[in-house]
Design a protein around this ligand. Structure first.
Ligand code: NAD
Ligand code: MG
Length: 392
């Protein structure tokens, strides 16, 4: 049924990435319900130009000065304004007339824009989980002041959000985050030393950006999601559990006080949770793939292995420590993943570098936004320069 309401105006931060491009697929499906006012991209200027020409936003923000000049030339004569750099991302997140900011940047770079969007009372459709890992407490404080709204995009959090609709908060006993287990779920511990970049980039169920793909291989992704769930749903960590479910059909579950458990299921396709973040509380008819129940032989579950995947343990520990520990964990992980992709660090060294960074730098203060930015900068520098002793 077509709606007569004004379309929801979007600012899409990270429009050229995996989540960003799939968000634009949803806009193409619902042109009368969604409109694009702002698009931002990093270095993929060609794609950002194509997107700007197609959607005619009021503003595009690009990551580099060279990209800025190229876009100014390509978009001359169109109504689109061009800007570049980190400060412009804050303008993008607070642009006049925007209802919903789709936070699809990867990493800490998204933090200031997300905080600015909340302060400006926008709805944030949050994919950029690192921001909530670093500053979950500050985001909850903004929400408590009645500023802004956050709806999840991450498939696990979307599943939990969907299970919670209509439920009294005090009846929630446990959030159960499912994890695919990644490409190394069944790989023997003694061969982890030989894991290559190509193997780590080959995720069994999802096609995603490089950073989250490596995070899925180390299971840091699930660790980040545990921290994200703690703040997204304001639930203490002892009520959050992780269960490996290799088929990625159950996207997560909520167990209630009366012994009942709700789960949300679907074919692994990020367009479904992205669309729900934009349609909530409604559901829009869409041609996304359906589960073929007769084809679905079984659903398996197993305990995560914290010995082969220490990143998951490190994330639980950082959440328990609080203070700047999650910010240091996140920054060290971002650097470790980058160094692994540059073949400057082995796979098994990723958790070692993160653990050493947290031990060296984490502080148990109640951090402000400025403290978090400082903690991030220091941890990033430390993790970049630190050489691990080889343990062959
Ligand atoms: P991606 O690498 O595909 O895209 C990232 C986007 O951010 C791109 O548009 C890139 O140009 C932009 N960007 C990166 N660094 C930038 C910088 N310094 N300045 C300005 N722009 C910059 O990443 P993705 O896979 O789409 O993931 C985005 C976020 O969503 C991540 O936090 C990820 O954990 C989360 N997420 C992704 C998926 C998925 O399926 N891809 C699923 C769940 C959650
Ligand atoms: Mg996820």
């Amino acid at each position: 049924m077509p709606s007569n309401a004004t379309p929801t105006a979007l600012s899409i931060l990270g429009a050229t990435g995996s989540i960003g491009t799939q968000t634009l697929d949803i806009v193409r499906l619902f042109p009368d319900r969604l409109s694009v006012k702002v698009l931002t991209g990093g270095r993929n200027v060609d794609l950002l130009r194509e997107q700007a020409l197609e959607f005619q936003p009021e503003l595009v923000v690009v990551g580099t000065e060279a990209g800025y000049h190229a876009l100014c030339e390509a978009l001359a004569g169109t109504p689109t304004e061009v800007a570049w750099g980190d400060a412009a991302l804050v303008s993008a997140a607070t642009w006049a007339g925007v209802d919903t900011v789709v936070a699809a940047l990867v990493g800490f770079v998204g933090l200031q824009p997300v905080m600015a969007a909340l302060a400006a009372d926008r709805t944030v459709a949050l994919a950029n989980k690192e921001t909530m890992v670093v500053a979950g407490a500050l985001m909850r404080a903004e929400l408590a002041k009645g500023r802004g709204t956050i709806v999840p995009v991450d498939s696990e959090h979307s599943a939990i959000f969907q299970c919670l609709v209509g439920e009294p908060p005090e009846s929630v006993e446990q959030l159960i985050l499912t994890a695919s287990g990644g490409p190394f779920r069944t790989r023997p511990a003694e061969t982890f030393d030989q894991i290559t970049k190509a193997e780590a980039l080959n995720h069994p169920n999802w096609s995603m950006g490089a950073k989250i793909t490596i995070d899925s291989a180390t299971m840091m992704n699930k660790g980040l999601e545990v921290i994200e769930a703690r703040w997204m749903f304001d639930v203490p960590v002892d009520r959050i559990d992780v269960l490996v479910h290799p088929q990625s059909i159950i996207h997560s579950m909520v167990a209630f006080a009366d012994g009942s458990t709700k789960a949300q299921l679907g074919v692994p396709d990020m367009r479904v949770p992205i669309q729900y973040a934009l349609s909530y509380p409604d559901r829009w008819t869409a041609p996304h793939p359906r589960i073929d129940w007769r084809d679905l032989a079984c659903l398996d579950f197993e305990q995560p292995d914290l010995v082969r995947f220490p990143c998951l343990r490190l994330a639980f520990e950082a959440l328990a420590s609080g203070g700047t520990a999650p910010a240091v964990l996140n920054a060290a992980n971002e650097v470790a993943v980058q160094r692994f992709l540059e073949e400057d660090l082995r796979f098994v060294e990723i958790p070692r570098l993160i653990e050493a960074a947290v031990e060296a730098l984490a502080q148990s203060v109640q951090p402000s936004l400025v403290d978090l930015v400082e903690a991030d900068t220091a941890a990033r520098r430390w993790a970049q320069e630190h050489r691990l002793r080889t343990t062959h």
